[in-house]
Design a protein around this ligand. Structure first.
Ligand SMILES: Cc1cc2nc3c(=O)[nH]c(=O)nc-3n(C[C@H](O)[C@H](O)[C@H](O)COP(=O)(O)OP(=O)(O)OC[C@H]3O[C@@H](n4cnc5c(N)ncnc54)[C@H](O)[C@@H]3O)c2cc1C
Length: 411
């Protein structure tokens, strides 16, 4: 089997390694290099607890308040609003209780494969040192705020996520640096994190090259997979043919798919963060400040503070004030936190309206396989996505039913 993978983010590299492990000859194309996109600066959490989709009836009720709160987890640039309507309507449809139940089931299936598949991938590539059993923490200002999320946590408990509820003393017993303003929380017991998301991609990529994989730094402009082989058009016009192509170009998969007349409903959920080399306080596990929608993640490079969602498309310039607002807010969560020399970053989460990734062949283009749309969970779902893509292309029966992830659900 000979396969070309477009994109050297965490998804493309994981697919390439899984295919290589099955004996495929693989070439990766990326216009920049490994970890150039969203995979570079994420919060590093293997969020195996995240079985509940992003859009639920509960979230819709909170939406107006969220949008009006400058410290809230979501912002929309007004000029972008008209472009958001079709995706927003799909997200609304996906928030119906029946669809939420289906998505929870499908997310749960994929998430159940994270630990076994990531264990195998990291062991095979000698990258286990970049992941640690950190556990995790979600904190709230008040017990009432925690209760407003109770339905989500009850659903997580039903699906086997291991956690325990904490009061203020319980929070500070785990993380003494957290302010007394936070008086309710949950400790996630089986959570893992990578201590360096960029290095993880780079080292997986190096393992891929070492095992004989090839890389071409080139921008792919168009794709056609209607025949027995797929045709790739590179910037500059050169055409390449490959028996199979995997599209793992993150949010830019949308533009690539247009050349096959496929309108992928992905939206860039922009996220900002700041990595502080010497924060002056100690946090030992990724901690989500739930009401404000951001994570504080201790990493090799320092403390990374950020998250939230900004809807403004792919082209608008970064508003670095969003990163600064979170870093400043974190000073109230971690008294004594110094934000000096913080490095800001912005990344584009490739988000579907129903929180499920898109994995599977393109209808009418059997030589092209999609592996994109991983939203907030790209790092988490990278290893199982690679396994599923390798199973589908290798003609092996996958461990989980691939049907819920197919692009057909949007057609
Ligand atoms: C602030 C923030 C925090 C996050 N935290 C977490 C977390 O804790 N846990 C988690 O699981 N997920 C998290 N995520 C989400 C996660 O980072 C993404 O889902 C994931 O990185 C997507 O990976 P990808 O490989 O699909 O895309 P990308 O990493 O964006 O990679 C796409 C690659 O394709 C290349 N490319 C694009 N177009 C072309 C083209 N035409 N030709 C050639 N190459 C092309 C790009 O150069 C890029 O290298 C977070 C995201 C953000 C923004």
């Amino acid at each position: 089997m000979q396969v070309a993978v477009i994109g050297a983010g965490i998804i493309g590299v994981s697919c390439a390694l899984a295919l290589q492990a099955r004996g495929a000859e693989v070439v990766i194309y990326d216009r920049d290099g490994p970890a150039a996109g969203a995979s570079r600066g994420n919060a590093g959490v293997f969020a195996t607890y995240a079985v509940v989709p992003e859009f639920t009836p509960g979230l819709l009720k909170q939406l107006p308040r969220m949008l009006l709160d400058p410290q809230g987890p979501l912002s929309i640039r007004l000029r972008y609003l008209p472009f958001l309507v079709p995706w927003g309507l799909r997200a609304l449809a996906a928030s119906r209780p029946e669809r939420v139940a289906e998505v929870t089931e499908a997310l749960g299936a994929l998430l159940s494969r994270v630990t076994p598949d990531a264990d195998a991938l990291l062991a095979r590539t000698g990258t286990q040192d970049l992941r640690r059993d950190s556990g995790g923490l979600h904190i709230f200002r008040t017990e009432a705020a925690r209760r407003s999320h109770a339905a989500e946590w009850e659903e997580m408990a039903r699906l086997g996520v291991a956690f325990r509820a904490l009061d203020g003393d319980g929070i500070r017993a785990l993380e003494p640096a957290i302010s007394e303003r936070y008086s309710a929380g949950y400790q996630l017991l089986d959570l893992q994190q990578t201590v360096n998301p960029e290095q993880l991609v780079r080292r997986l990529f190096a393992a891929f090259l070492k095992a004989g994989g090839r890389f071409e730094q080139a921008e792919v402009q168009a794709l056609d997979g209607q025949g027995l082989t797929a045709r790739i058009t590179l910037a500059g016009g050169e055409i390449r043919r490959h028996p199979q192509v995997v599209v793992a170009a993150g949010i830019h998969s949308v533009a690539l798919c247009r050349s096959m007349d496929l309108r992928l409903p992905l939206q860039a959920e922009r996220g900002y963060n700041t990595t502080i080399p010497n924060p002056g306080v100690r946090l030992t596990r990724p901690t989500c400040v739930v009401e404000s929608g951001y994570y504080m993640s201790p990493m090799d490079m320092g403390l990374r503070i950020g998250g939230k969602v900004e809807l403004a498309g792919t082209r608008a310039g970064a508003r670095w004030s969003r990163a600064r607002v979170m870093a400043r807010h974190a000073q109230k969560v971690l008294p004594g936190l110094s934000v000096a020399n913080g490095r800001p970053w912005m990344g584009l989460r490739p988000s579907t309206p129903d929180s499920l990734p898109v994995i599977g062949p393109v209808p009418g283009h059997p030589a092209v396989m999609l592996a994109c749309g991983h939203s907030h969970l790209g790092l988490t779902l990278s290893a199982p996505t690679g396994t599923l893509v390798a199973d589908l292309l290798g003609g092996r029966a996958p461990a989980i039913d691939p049907a819920p992830y197919g692009v057909e659900r949007f057609l």
